[in-house]
Design a protein around this ligand. Sequence first.
Ligand SMILES: Nc1ncnc2c1ncn2[C@@H]1O[C@H](COP(=O)(O)OP(=O)(O)OP(=O)(O)O)[C@@H](O)[C@H]1O
Ligand SMILES: CC(C)(CO)[C@@H](O)C(=O)[O-]
Ligand code: BAL
Length: 294
Amino acid sequence: MNTVNTINELREQVRAWKAEGLTIGLCPTMGYLHEGHASLMDASVRSCDRTVASVFVNPIQFGPNEDLATYPRDFESDCRLLEAHGVDLVFHPEPAEMYADDFCTFVDIDVLSKTLCGKTRPIHFRGVCTVITKLLNTVTPDKIFFGQKDAQQLAIIRRMVRDLNFDVEVVGCPIVREADGLAKSSRNTYLNPDERRAARILSRAIRLGQDIADGGERRSGKLLAAMKEKLVSEPMAEVEYVEVVNGENMQPVDTFREGDLVAMAVRIGGTRLIDNFTVGQPPIDFQEGQSNAD
Ligand SMILES: Nc1ncnc2c1ncn2[C@@H]1O[C@H](COP(=O)(O)OP(=O)(O)OP(=O)(O)O)[C@@H](O)[C@H]1O
Ligand SMILES: CC(C)(CO)[C@@H](O)C(=O)[O-]
Ligand code: BAL
C-alpha cells in the first residue's frame, strides 16, 4: 500500500492505473478508522480493481464552534487497517494542499442541506460537497463509497453527482454497529463510560421506530412522539432532532412510506451522535444484556 500527500502524486498513480484499463473505487474518510470505514473499503475492494482511501479532516466542513481541533487522529493505526483491508493507495494531504491561501470556490447544495443536520451545521454540507468534488476531479473513480450512517450526506452526494453530471456510481453501505447497537463512529471515543452506556438509547429508539413502522403506523407525528419519549427516558440524552423525511429530497413528510428516512441527532454529554433507519429495512439487531459499554 502506498501513501501520497499531494494531488499531483495522486493523479499520476490514477493515470497509470487507467492506462492499464483498471477500475478504481474511492472511499473518502476523516480517519480514526473503525469497522464502519472498513466496510466501505471491503465493498470497494470487492467490486473495483484498485481502491483509493482518503484520510483528511476537512476543515471547511466544521463550524467555528465544532470539534475540528480535537477530532481524533491516528494515521499509523489507520494505515494498518487500510492495508489489512486491501486498500492500494492512501491520500493523506495537509490542509494547505487542498486549500491554498486564496481558495475561494465552493460547491453548495440547496434544499437537501437545509434540514436535519443542516439546521445546526449550516456550512457543513457545502464543505463536504466541495471536498468531494475535489476528490472526484482528482481520482475520477468508477465508484465512490459512503456509509448510510451519514444518510443526509449520502443523499446530498447522490444529488450533487446527478445535478453536476459526475461520471461516477455512488454506493451506499449499511450502518455497522457495536454489539450493543450503537453505530460505530470516530466520535464514540469522546464518550466516558457512563455516557457510552447512555448512548445505547439511540439504537433503542431506532429499533422502537422500526417496530412501530413495521406494525403499520404511517403518521410521522405518532412515530416521532414515541421515539422522542424513548430518547428522553435517558437523562443524559439531549435530543437535537428526530425527523421523518423523504429519502431522496430530505424534506419532512407528515405520512411516511417505504424508502423514507427516520433520522436523529442526540447529544450525550458534550458528544453529538447521529443515527437513522430507512423505512422498510430489516430491524437492527443488538444484544440487550451483553454490551461492550460495560
Ligand atoms: N458505523 C458506520 N457504518 C457504515 N459507514 C460508516 C460508519 N461510520 C462511518 N461510516 C462512513 O465512513 C465515511 C467516513 O466517515 P467519517 O470519517 O466521518 O467517520 P465517522 O466515524 O462517521 O466519524 P464521525 O465521528 O465524524 O461521525 C462516511 O461515508 C461514513 O458514513
Ligand atoms: C465524506 C467526508 C470524508 C468528507 O470530508 C466526511 O464528511 C465523512 O467522513 O463523512
Ligand atoms: N461523518 C461526518 C463528518 C462530520 O461530522 O464532519
